[in-house]
Design a protein around this ligand. Structure first.
Ligand code: GAL
Length: 840
């Protein structure tokens, strides 16, 4: 059991820089300074927020009961071209890790350098694809050299700032590779060789802290193999002397343009985590704890949305998402109360019924903790444990840190719910101007020609999303379609991701792939005339793939065939015609997004109304709204494109409407993303986060490039705010009350009365009570209604206790409200409105 600790220590002691041996592991847990620890961790990816947000996010994570912050390291942002490094601004990894340290938390650095993560090209710089002889994530010398080079760069950077725990820093774990297991299986022996090499390469970097490989059953010693998934209770590490670590407990799921929003009920997430802990798991990382934003062209793909909200406990904007955040916080507290028992012994498992079990951790030193679980997805179970009765809701686990008292049940959400709203701001966009892209720019000096169709990324090297494919077709005046016959049809086969077709400078149609099916076909009538006709195809990438075997070899762009049908000669195959290529847009070359006034002639805004032309640049100015609430642009009046503020790209926008099945969802039963969908029939993403730090007080420059058309004058800036908070707490059912009193047993301790708690964000207070009912209210937060039984005192009691306060609590009892319906089990449901305190 202690073998690897010894080996690790020896390695560290041999190293000249690292003198301590403070992080190791054994079969139970990560051991820090000699102590086994049960650790909660959360993913916060530094480039998905701004340095100005980091401290707040990390302190909220700490407040939410986390011990560790996990981040991937994003190779492509750090090394945009070989040997040129960038660790500035959002990419300031050292500052991020130091912010974690300052908060008193640990860090888990998942270096990868393959990271998947719905990030462009899975985190690989696109130039890597063009290294001669390279084959990604394989036993391939050029790849291994590059991977080692970057890993070393990061490890040395961390070491030079003393950031590993062994040096007194916060980093207690590092990851090499990412979910290589499935790939290794396909590759067989050579996959195993690569994994063995990767592990050895990492371990030789002497960080003084353990390495992990996630989803990698054959992770070689001393690297710990870890689990990723919605549930990990069936996971066990590949050696009996390694601890059970869950590197990605998916808190929600990502979304793609055209798809719905995915949510994961917190009752199920808490259940999954409790189930992992009860089986002896000792490290859980929420992926994501804060998802954030895919700024610029960083979204992976294709078709990953700019928002990477992920239904995480901290929302895209960094605001606390309730009840998810609060419920998990209570879970963490409950598990921490069991920590000593959990790490010092193995559980005894007893059956409490067909689908019910107890896991009991009872140590020699007298610590005892128990987990009572009910796997039944339908029914409440009344179980008997240690001669006492306990009531377990469906699909739930109760935690008893002293083997007697329930301090937490995963399905009983006591935390309040908060309703977030996008509210208007007073900042108007003014001075609109437009600039039209040239729709048939044939003889540009930056263009080149070739016979045949070229793969897009080979040409653009991802310097832009856009690649023009242009050719021309001569049409004789005797063609039958010119004499009243049917127009010819153009058929274009694309391997991804979107396409706009222009005939003689006019948009003739568009077509799009999907994430599941990147290939698509455009088919449309073309309005040709006698003489030379220009065909200009604008192929648009929407995020390069981030996952899949050898995705570096996957194609993007128009690979054909491209053919015209319906000319007198029959089919005209253009696939091998002479094509002119141009990378990017004119507006990109001219740097229209820059704030230092480009020399372009923009057109005054009055023209906008007359002409909603495709491929148009728009710009406007606006002043920053007061206050510090997070901001977002409402882009619902637009089609598809990219948007910048003061030269910073907010990301790609696309008003693609979500298709899906939004027929509600129940927390009980195994979770998969399709189970809980939201937003069907609405744009997948309407709001685009504008970090406050991108703004100056006045004259901010908004620039957008619109591919399809839309009304930019209807773009508005909104602020995101907690508009109301709800709580809904039941009186304890007399029977349950008796059972729980029994469970308090001989201690004859008064059972605490249930209380309802409400709190607004800092700087806000409760300005009114929108709904209050003690009785049998119906509905859920935002749509509560009075039921058959309602205490007329409900509003006045709540108003008296809560108005003007940031937080308040009210006991659920007849003494407080008067009994509106004796012998009926009642509940108290409240919705309170939060407003900034200065408004009172
Ligand atoms: C995992 C992967 C993560 C992320 C996640 C889905 O398999 O390791 O990087 O892509 O899936 O959000």
């Amino acid at each position: 059991m202690r073998k690897w600790i010894l080996v690790l220590c020896m390695v560290f002691f041999l190293s000249s820089e690292l003198t301590q041996c403070s992080v190791s592991y054994d079969r139970k847990a990560i051991v820090i300074n000699g102590q086994r620890r049960v650790l909660f961790s959360g993913s916060i990816h530094y480039p998905r927020s701004t340095p100005e947000m980091w401290e707040d996010l990390i302190s909220k994570a700490k407040e939410g009961g986390l011990d560790v912050i996990e981040t991937y390291v994003f190779w492509n942002v750090h090394e945009p071209s070989p040997g040129n490094y960038n660790f500035e601004g959002r990419y300031d990894l050292v500052r991020f890790v130091k912010t974690i340290q300052k908060a008193g938390l640990y860090a888990h650095l998942r270096i990868g350098p393959y990271i998947c993560g719905e990030w462009n090209f899975g985190g690989f710089p696109v130039w890597l694809k063009f290294v001669p002889g390279i084959s990604f994530r394989a036993d391939n010398e050029p790849f291994k050299m590059a991977m080692k080079g970057f890993t070393e760069k990061i490890v040395n950077l961390m070491k030079s700032h003393n950031l590993f725990e062994s040096q007194g820093g916060p980093i207690i774990l590092s990851q090499i590779e990412n979910e290589y297991g499935p790939q290794a299986k396909v590759l067989g022996a050579s996959g195993h060789q690569y994994v063995t090499w990767a592990a050895k390469m990492a371990v030789e970097m002497d960080t003084g802290v353990p390495w992990v490989m996630c989803k990698e059953e054959d992770a070689p010693d001393p690297v710990i193999n870890t689990c990723n998934g919605f549930y990990c209770d069936k996971f066990s590490p590949n050696k009996p002397y390694k601890p059970a670590i869950w590197t990605e407990a998916w808190s929600g799921w990502f979304s793609e343009f055209g798809g719905p929003i995915h949510q994961r009920p917190v009752q199920d997430l808490a259940f999954a985590v409790a189930k992992f802990i009860q089986k002896g798991g000792s490290f859980v990382n929420y992926y994501m704890y804060h998802g954030g934003t895919n700024f610029g062209r960083s979204a992976g793909g294709p078709f990953i949305t700019t928002s990477y909200d992920y239904d995480a406990p901290l929302d895209e904007y960094g605001l606390i998402r309730q009840p998810k955040y609060g419920h998990l916080k209570e879970l963490h507290r409950a598990v921490k109360l069991c920590e000593k028992a959990l790490v010092s012994t193995d559980p005894t498992v007893t059956s409490l019924g067909g689908l019910q079990e107890a896991y009991i951790y009872s140590s020699e030193t007298g610590d005892c903790a128990a987990f009572l679980s009910n796997y039944d997805t339908q029914s409440v179970a009344r179980v008997m444990f240690n001669n006492m009765h306990y009531n377990l809701p469906p699909w739930s686990i109760s935690i008893l840190p002293d083997c007697r008292n329930v301090v937490f049940n995963t399905a009983k959400v006591g935390a309040q719910t908060s309703q977030m709203e996008m509210l208007p701001t007073n900042s108007e966009m003014y001075s609109w101007e437009t600039y039209n892209e040239d729709l048939s720019p044939f003889d540009d000096s930056s263009s080149f020609t070739a016979f045949g169709l070229l793969e897009q990324v080979n040409v653009t090297r991802d310097a832009s999303d856009y690649l023009w494919y242009k050719t021309s077709v001569d049409v004789g005046s005797s063609e039958s379609f010119l004499l009243g016959g049917e127009l010819p049809t153009l058929i274009v086969q694309s391997t991804g991701h979107a396409l706009h077709v222009f005939i003689n400078g006019q948009l003739s149609g568009s077509a799009f792939g999907t994430r599941q099916n990147r290939r698509f076909t455009f088919k449309g009538k073309v309005n040709f005339r006698a003489g030379t006709n220009k065909i200009a195809l604008l192929s648009v990438a929407v995020g390069l793939p981030n996952v899949g075997g050898h995705f570096e070899t996957w194609s993007t762009g128009i690979l054909g065939p491209v053919a015209l049908h319906g000319l007198d000669q029959g089919k005209l195959d253009l696939s091998w015609a002479r094509w002119t290529y141009q990378v990017g847009l004119k507006g990109e070359t001219m740097n229209l997004v820059s704030t230092d006034g480009s020399s372009v002639d923009w057109m005054q805004g009055s023209l906008i109304a007359q002409k909603q032309q495709p491929l148009t640049w728009h710009k406007a100015r606006f002043n920053a709204p007061n206050g510090d609430e997070p901001l977002a642009l409402d882009m619902s009046s637009m089609g598809k494109g990219q948007v910048w503020i003061n030269g910073e790209s907010l990301g790609r926008y696309w008003t693609a409407y979500a298709t899906g099945n939004c027929n509600g969802c129940h927390y009980a039963g195994p979770f998969k993303p399709p189970k809980c969908q939201l937003g069907c029939g609405q744009p997948t993403q309407r709001w685009y986060h504008v970090p406050r730090s991108f703004l100056k007080p006045t004259e901010n420059l908004l620039v957008l490039f619109e591919e399809l058309g839309g009304d930019p004058t209807r773009i508005s800036l909104a602020r995101r705010s907690v508009s109301s908070v709800c709580a809904d707490v039941g009186e304890i059912h007399p029977n349950i009350r008796n059972w729980e009193i029994e469970s308090y047993g001989s201690r004859s301790q008064e059972l605490p009365k249930p209380k309802l708690h409400l709190h607004c964000s800092p700087g806000q207070s409760i300005s009114s009570i929108k709904f209050a009912s003690f009785g049998t209210p119906l509905g859920t937060c935002g749509s509560f209604q009075q039921g058959p039984c309602h205490a007329s005192t409900s509003y006045s009691v709540l108003e008296k206790k809560c108005i003007g306060r940031q937080r308040c609590s009210v006991a659920i009892s007849n003494t407080n409200f008067g009994d509106p319906c004796p012998n009926v089990v009642k509940r108290l449901s409240v919705e309170a409105v939060c407003t900034p305190s200065q408004w009172h």
